[in-house]
Design a protein around this ligand. Structure first.
Ligand SMILES: C[S@@+](CC[C@H](N)C(=O)[O-])C[C@H]1O[C@@H](n2cnc3c(N)ncnc32)[C@H](O)[C@@H]1O
Ligand code: SF4
Length: 382
């Protein structure tokens, strides 16, 4: 791969102040505190390891995700960015995003993050009314979140925020009003996620017990359509299933995942995709923060699994990720990765069902296709 291809670094901070009852991300609460200096040393060690696996790349994006990376001190963030710039060529215009929870405590660090080199903030607002925020177990009010958003917009040239819809008891009318309000506050990017009931979470237990009543498939579809219409009308069309941006303001780091480019992921439970000599390897690190820390200190990295992706698996991954995007995939690239083209009969059948569309060498899911994307991908990959 050319050294000019996008290359990203993902940094996972696996801690949160409290665990939200819907969330199954690799995030943990440590009431006894966290030895941040020790973790920082381990991040630097693991970065060196990944730099040796992917030498000579030009880093075009960095993403601090979690967990809650806004619990890291700005100096920790600055030291990690400096280390990345020392190991690789960090592009002058690299996108450097940090996920932040919108509490007033964390907002105090925004200026420090900006000074450390972060140039894009992604805020987890989730809902714009206090009753919903409480039901989601959030530790901030709507006013606090909007104040954090206003402050973020003063410090950062690029700001995104997340909302979760299809929440308990939510009606189409309510979502219309909430999303219109969100769009009034939006900067250049919005992530709008339909609530997913994740196995093993308190929400899953309540859902199973029948005490968490969320919109059924039909209403969820209506909420999705409202999302597309309002965002499009406001100039932030969907460029991916759940992500909306003013054209040109798409998250470059997330695009890199969906477009099948390489990235190094450091920290507990982080994933990497790095091609060497034409073959892509998938690595992931230990999920438990303490186990990861001990492993990095003992061995120089916390990698727990490391496998070469077969050409077929790599092509399937490109299909799976790429069809989430409005721009879709490049059919020639799919064939080059996997060694064979997609089955033409299946393409024609899905096309005549109105679920996919071909334009030149590109293939994309139609709006109808995106509603049943898993089915479309299964049929194409079969
Ligand atoms: C890794 S979380 C980190 C963000 C940050 N810790 C926060 O909560 O503000 C990224 C986003 O995933 C979304 N998310 C997490 N669990 C979800 C679920 N079960 N259904 C839908 N969206 C979810 C939320 O919108 C959240 O902001
Ligand atoms: S949604 Fe964010 S704050 Fe809540 S548990 Fe997940 S990562 Fe932590």
């Amino acid at each position: 791969m050319s050294s000019e291809a996008p290359f990203g670094v993902y940094v996972h901070w696996p801690f949160c102040r409290a665990k939200c009852p819907y969330c199954d991300f690799n995030s943990h609460v440590r009431h006894g505190g966290i030895d941040e200096a020790r973790f920082l040393a381990a991040y630097l060690t693991e970065l060196s390891h990944f730099a040796s696996l992917a030498p000579g790349r030009r880093v075009t994006s960095i993403f601090f995700g979690g967990g809650t990376p806004s619990l890291m001190s700005p100096s920790t963030v600055a030291t990690i960015i400096e280390a990345i710039a020392a190991h690789w060529d960090l592009a002058l215009d690299a996108e450097i995003t940090l996920e932040a929870n919108p509490t007033s405590v964390e907002a105090k660090n925004f200026a420090g993050y900006r000074a450390s080199g972060v140039n894009r903030l992604s805020l987890g607002i989730q809902a714009l009314d206090d009753r919903s925020l409480k039901a989601l177990g959030r530790m901030h009010t709507a006013d606090e979140a909007l104040a954090a958003l206003a402050l973020a917009k003063r410090h950062f040239e690029r700001v995104s925020f997340d909302l979760i819809y299809a929440r308990e008891g939510q009606t189409a009318g309510e979502w219309n009003v909430e999303l219109a309000q969100a769009l009034d506050h939006a900067a250049d990017h919005l992530s709008l996620y339909q609530l997913t009931i994740e196995e093993g979470t308190p929400f899953a237990a309540r859902h199973e017990a029948g005490t968490l009543r969320i919109p059924d498939g039909e209403l969820a579809g209506e909420l999705y359509s409202i999302t597309q219409e309002l965002c499009e009308a406001a100039g932030l069309p969907a460029y991916e299933i759940s992500n909306h941006a003013r054209p040109g303001s798409e998250s470059r780091h997330n695009l890199l995942y969906w477009r099948g480019h390489d990235y190094a992921g450091i920290g507990a439970g982080a994933h990497s995709r790095i091609a060497t000599d034409g073959a892509k390897r998938a690595r992931s690190t230990l999920k438990s923060p303490e186990d990861w820390l001990a492993r990095v200190e003992a061995r120089g990295h916390g990698v727990a699994s490391d496998e070469a992706l077969s050409a077929k698996d790599a092509a399937e991954e490109y299909l799976l990720m790429g069809l989430r995007l409005a721009e879709g995939i490049d059919l020639a690239r799919f064939a080059a990765i996997g060694g064979s083209a997609l089955d033409d009969e299946r393409l024609v059948a899905l096309e005549s069902d109105g679920l996919i569309a071909r334009k030149g060498s590109r293939l994309a899911a139609t709006p109808e296709g995106r509603l049943v994307l898993n089915r479309v991908i299964l049929e194409l990959a079969a």
